[in-house]
Design a protein around this ligand. Sequence first.
Ligand code: SAH
Length: 255
Amino acid sequence: MNPPAVPTGCVYLVGAGPGDPELLTLRAVRLLEKADVVVYDNLVSSAVLDFVSIGAQRIYAGKRRNEHTMRQEQINALLVKLAQEGKQVVRLKGGDPFIFGRGGEELQTLAKHGVTFEVVPGVTAASGVSSYAGIPLTHRDHAQTCMFVTGHLKDGSADLDWHSLVRPNQTVVIYMGLSGLADICSRMILHGAPADKPIAVVQDGSLATQKVVTGTLSSISGLVAQAQLTSPCLTIVGDVVKLHAELAWFNVNPD
Ligand code: SAH
């Protein structure tokens, strides 16, 4: 007699967008409805988790700064194990899994173990948060280039390419930059950026708790402290930030 066939599992690496569930893709919603297990990060909003079917197992993998509920290797091993048990696994990450999301690292482990996978892109914070803040990332009068960088600097040391960050006619979007904001601004000024360069910090973009603080490289850290912004925050540097005053449309008069 043949041994019972082992069911084949699959891992779907799915982008959850910046928070507003309306920004989920159709593919993401369909997969959330049929998954056996959903392994999700802390940036995934509760409104997005409402799409997970009632019978599905939910596993929180954490990943707040300095509070890694599960280490990356543990998450990788868990995904392999669940798939080998024959489960349909959704690995749900905030924004887009391939942009500062370690999605590539997780897939490399799956590939090494012969686990089948699929990637579902999500709206990354740069695009979702800037849209909801009314700040176009490019504009023919202001910026022809846009860069995405991480402000989460290894060992507290700044290893960004500052010369390329201060070029004119470009927009720089900084992920994970809240704790290093003052340092980032002073280094940009040190490398030649005008102290009055417009900059915005957006907390909880696309959610009801969204807050947008705008200022200049020299004033922003004080303004952010005053407004008591908390993570997650996205920082946008460039002349396009001036358009916020004219184009803000979301949450403009919160109660
Ligand atoms: N993969 C994600 C980014 C993960 S890094 C993506 O594509 O969006 C986490 C950082 O993303 C946060 O520190 C913050 O800078 C940014 N971010 C994600 N969601 C955000 C939101 N709703 N509002 C503001 N910033 C957000």
